[in-house]
Design a protein around this ligand. Structure first.
Ligand code: FES
Ligand SMILES: [Fe+2]
Length: 366
């Protein structure tokens, strides 16, 4: 169970008064080689395929027949909501000669492979082989799309591509999004940055004043966070200065809405950032040790119009996120210099330490 709104606010006020923050009690040294080594990268991809990782928000598949394809841990995956309302996912590979059976996103009644029109139902079964008399001995039953494991939980769709390792992000996962939260934008871009260097930028608030001097710092605090761990995941709360207004209000009316930015780290490569009017699900797809593709879903918050969400989305898109992107690119360029043997994480960077500790432990299991 995560802290209640009132518990978080109590803790924030205590930190404002004491000029303190939540923190851990150790310093962690992560070898620089773990960011640049191809062998380590290959193992991380193996692990990503064996964990339940967020594929998209449930709101990206709103209707029967809604589908979405994207590359996850190096493989094209197709997720679709069936006529029974259940989300299923498959490798996006035709069982005839391997072409992708769907592209992008949309809403369909069946999937028709663009190459020779083999046709699959929403549950992946092969329905039609044009000119089937030319395939004697080829059974339709043996040529369904190859499924991957799916779980829909708390407004997110998780996929596990193969042979699950026990203890993934789904253990202890609270419901983070409501069923009616709509996806209003999807974007992707690729940066020359290691995926962990990108992810780490969202795991601590120790850099707010230095890196986000003009963007976030005028509205927030430097190095003042509530940090909670849940399973392999963590939550980092970044309060806005306007939270002070609550001190004059009745305690039982205290709500966090509009007073904080909530960042939920969904182990290992996603985070859900809940802003005042909308939320961002950011999935970091490792492309190579030095390249990462961002897959970003913008989701409306409950009770906020899409127009307001869109207006606020522009600000975040152009400022704070860019500063974090540039930091990750710069650190990636520094990897090869040989100057540092370790990345040093202090007690204020407890969220990042939790991530590395768990990643290390799980990599040993595969
Ligand atoms: S490759 Fe799909 S129908 Fe031929
Ligand atoms: Fe940042």
């Amino acid at each position: 169970m995560l802290l209640s709104d009132v518990e978080v606010i109590d803790r924030i006020f205590a930190h404002i008064d004491a000029k303190s923050t939540d923190h851990g009690n150790e310093v962690w040294r992560e070898p620089v080689e773990n960011y640049s080594s191809q062998k380590r990268f290959d193992n991380e991809i193996k692990l990503l395929r064996r964990l339940p990782v967020p594929f998209c928000p449930s709101g990206a598949l709103p209707e029967y027949g809604s589908y979405l394809t994207r590359t996850a841990a190096g493989r094209s995956i197709l997720a679709v909501r069936g006529e029974d309302g259940v989300v299923r996912a498959f490798f996006n590979v035709c069982r005839h000669r391997g072409m992708a059976v769907a592209e992008g996103e949309g809403c369909v009644k069946s999937f028709v492979c663009p190459y020779h029109a083999w046709t699959y139902a929403l549950d992946g079964t092969l329905k039609r082989i044009p000119g089937h008399e030319g395939f004697p001995g080829v059974n339709k039953e043996d040529h369904s799309l190859t499924p991957v494991q799916v779980e829909e939980k708390g407004g997110l769709v998780f996929v596990t591509q193969e042979d699950p390792v026990s203890g993934g992000a789904l253990d202890h996962m609270p419901d983070l999004l409501a069923a009616d939260q709509k996806v209003f934008d999807k974007s992707e871009f690729t940066d020359d940055a290691n995926w962990k260097l990108v992810g780490e930028t969202s795991m601590e608030g120790y850099h707010i004043k230095a890196l986000h001097r003009e963007s976030f710092y005028p509205y927030g605090y430097n190095n003042l966070n509530v940090i909670e761990k849940f399973g392999l995941n963590s939550r980092v709360v970044f309060p806005f200065r306007r939270i002070e207004k609550l001190r004059d209000k009745a305690r039982d009316s205290w709500r966090l809405d509009g007073m904080i930015t909530d960042v939920y780290q969904l182990f290992p490569n996603s985070h859900l950032t809940v802003l005042s009017s909308h939320s961002l699900l950011i999935i970091l797809e490792p492309v190579s040790p030095l390249r990462t593709r961002y897959e970003i879903f913008r989701i409306g918050n409950q009770g906020v119009s899409i127009e307001k969400s869109l207006k606020d989305a522009g600000f975040v898109k152009d400022t704070g996120l860019q500063e974090d992107r540039d930091a990750a690119i710069s650190m990636t360029q520094g990897l090869g210099s040989g100057v540092n043997k370790f990345m040093t994480f202090g007690q204020y960077e407890e969220g990042a330490i939790h991530f590395h500790r768990n990643l290390d432990r799980l990599l040993k299991k595969i």
